[in-house]
Design a binder for this molecule. Structure first.
Ligand code: CTP
Ligand code: MG
Length: 171
């Protein structure tokens, strides 16, 4: 059982390919309103959680809500793949704008695990090459997270590590 220490008030950015288990991890470790999922926001602005066309509007809405929560002093978790540098850059600047620390939790599980989860899903199914690309982006990003401004970086390298991890909030 490993405890991931994070500040009581911070912006937690989950980083992981589709199927890596981000939403499952968030549901287990954070409160219902603490996690803002890009898919939920896609759904709210377009009626379709999987609509890539809705991404811009979805992230605009997600950023707005995250900002309100941080203003209110509430820890907030961003549940999106965040494997692209630009996506993370916007989240780091959101955290900075509200004077809270950006924290990354990286679900760097083997590609085969994400692919297997994806194949079993009934809610969504992506082409394997899309997941492979996300995993490649994650691998290339991993060593840059500190430079990007993340103040704590926790990397979980297997499904067993993801399942064994819990969060410790530090005052
Ligand atoms: N899953 C599983 N065992 C785990 C974690 C996840 O069987 N320990 C399954 C979930 O039940 C789900 C699928 O794998 O059907 C994907 O997990 P999810 O947490 O939804 O992955 P995300 O990373 O959130 O994927 P996405 O980016 O597409 O939202
Ligand atoms: Mg998810």
């Amino acid at each position: 059982m490993s405890e991931l220490a994070i500040p009581e008030l911070c912006l937690v950015v989950l980083v992981g390919a589709s199927g890596s288990g981000k939403s499952t991890f968030a549901a287990r470790n954070f409160g219902r309103f603490e996690t803002l999922s890009s898919d939920t926001f896609r759904g709210m602005v377009s009626n379709d959680e999987n609509s890539q066309e809705a991404s811009e509007a979805a992230f605009e809405a997600l950023n707005f809500v995250a900002g309100k929560r941080l203003e209110a002093g509430l820890l907030t978790v961003i549940d999106a793949t965040s494997v692209q540098t630009e996506a993370r850059r916007q989240l780091v600047s959101l955290a900075r704008a509200h004077d809270v620390l950006p924290v990354a939790i990286v679900l760097d599980v083997p590609l085969a695990v994400s692919l297997a989860h994806n194949a079993l899903r009934t809610d969504r199914s992506l082409e394997p090459r899309v997941i492979k690309r996300q995993q490649d982006q994650l691998r290339r990003s991993a060593r840059n997270l500190g430079r990007e401004g993340f103040r704590r970086i926790h990397t979980l390298g297997s499904m067993a590590e993801v399942d064994a991890a819990s969060i410790r909030r530090e005052p």
